[in-house]
Design a protein around this ligand. Structure first.
Ligand code: SF4
Ligand code: SF4
Length: 367
């Protein structure tokens, strides 16, 4: 093997782990706060009031996608779940600059999936002396599943809804209490849902990132936006010694050693391949515009800065807390089982009228 200049750049994986852990802890904190808020709702407003954490709206991506489209059509930020709007905007902005990096740097599901995948790979190496992966004839059609799910949501929102129907939906009690309904789904999880989660967990041990690779519509959306990101992993074929370590390290099974630019919807900018490359200045993230290398610490800091800037814009422009009051939540909570998914504009109108009437009745009683 020809002599080469050793890559002495520090790996970035432990910093990525710190990012993932901090974000996961933030999600747990939000979960605890939201749990306390629901105890207040359950008591009918008789116990101590706990603030509803706006960050919970990060778990309502469909509502956020509707808000983004509503903003696109009207120029208004809808006030039901404004934090969700900014969180999704921050995540899309990151992927436009640094590819699908949200999945491998911040997403708590991606984090769990990675930990489970690492565990699975250890077992596989012991049992089979290699990592398991699906053959191409299964892998490719399965990867399209997440795009089919995304296409369904895109069609239902961008091709079927007008500004008016979006407003009706976003104003509806169903949308406002979507966070409480989601909480109830997990707090009172059915046996069937538990089995589905258990099966996904097992599949993630056998096939790395099963959920992310095949089913997550969020990842599909970011995969598409990441394709237009100007910053890509680039291999220098002249200094490359074709050791294959980059491809071996890639959790997305991308054959990094066979291509020049990694332009793939499956690349999550985890930088495992860059860390694994033993040759200096051979595998780096480079700007396709300036042709310059972007160092690993700059990517980490860039991801954090973009996220914080977009979130701060939401917070400091007064578009963070939902305009739904605790009285609205108390009222809707009492009628939670009656609040179903509206399927037509008429449904949404009826739901909104009923809720307006109930609010007015409530105000009369309070007088
Ligand atoms: S190509 Fe590199 S950065 Fe992209 S997923 Fe594979 S290892 Fe991670
Ligand atoms: S890790 Fe990949 S890019 Fe680096 S030398 Fe080996 S084959 Fe080439």
């Amino acid at each position: 093997m020809a002599k080469y200049i050793k890559n002495i750049e520090k790996p970035v994986q432990k910093y990525r782990f710190v990012f993932q852990s901090v974000f996961a802890l933030l999600c747990i904190y939000i979960g605890i706060e939201f749990y306390l808020f629901t105890t207040y709702l359950e008591s009918g407003g008789t116990t101590e009031f706990y603030n509803r954490p706006a960050g919970v709206e990060g778990f309502l991506p469909i509502s956020a996608l509707m808000s983004i489209y509503y903003f696109f059509l009207t120029g208004e930020i809808h006030d039901a779940h404004p934090a969700g709007f900014f969180i999704l905007l921050a995540i899309i902005s990151i992927s436009l600059v640094f590819g699908k990096s949200f999945c491998s740097w911040l997403c708590p599901v991606g984090f769990i999936s990675e930990l489970v995948g690492d565990f699975g790979e250890k077992i596989q190496k012991k049992l089979f002396k290699r990592k398991l992966k699906l053959p191409r004839f299964l892998d490719i059609p399965l990867r399209s599943l997440k795009y089919l799910l995304l296409a369904f949501f895109v069609y239902a929102i961008f091709f079927s809804m007008t500004a008016l129907s979006l407003k009706y939906f976003l104003d509806s009690p169903y949308n406002i209490v979507a966070d409480v309904k989601m909480y109830h789904f997990f707090a009172n999880i059915t046996q069937f849902s538990l089995i589905v989660i258990g099966v996904l967990f097992l599949l993630s041990i056998i096939i790395r990132n099963f959920w992310c690779r095949y089913l997550c519509p969020y990842g599909a959306l970011l995969g598409i936006t990441s394709l237009i990101s100007p910053n890509k992993i680039k291999r220098d074929p002249i200094s490359c010694i074709d050791c294959g370590l980059c491809a071996k390290a890639c959790p997305s099974n991308i054959k990094v050693n066979k291509i020049i630019n990694v332009i793939s919807d499956e690349c999550s900018t985890c930088l495992s391949c860059v860390d694994a490359c033993p040759v200096a200045d051979t595998l780096d993230v480079k700007s396709l515009i300036t042709k310059k290398k972007i160092s690993k610490p700059k990517i980490a800091i860039g991801i954090a800065i973009i996220y914080l800037i977009v979130i701060s814009i939401g917070m400091f422009t007064g578009n963070w807390e939902s305009k739904a009051t605790k009285e609205d939540y108390l009222l809707y909570y009492q009628n939670l089982d009656r609040i179903g998914h509206p399927t037509s504009v008429q449904d949404i109108e009826t739901l909104n009228k009923v809720s307006e009437k109930e609010k007015a009745d409530g105000r009369k009683q309070n007088k």
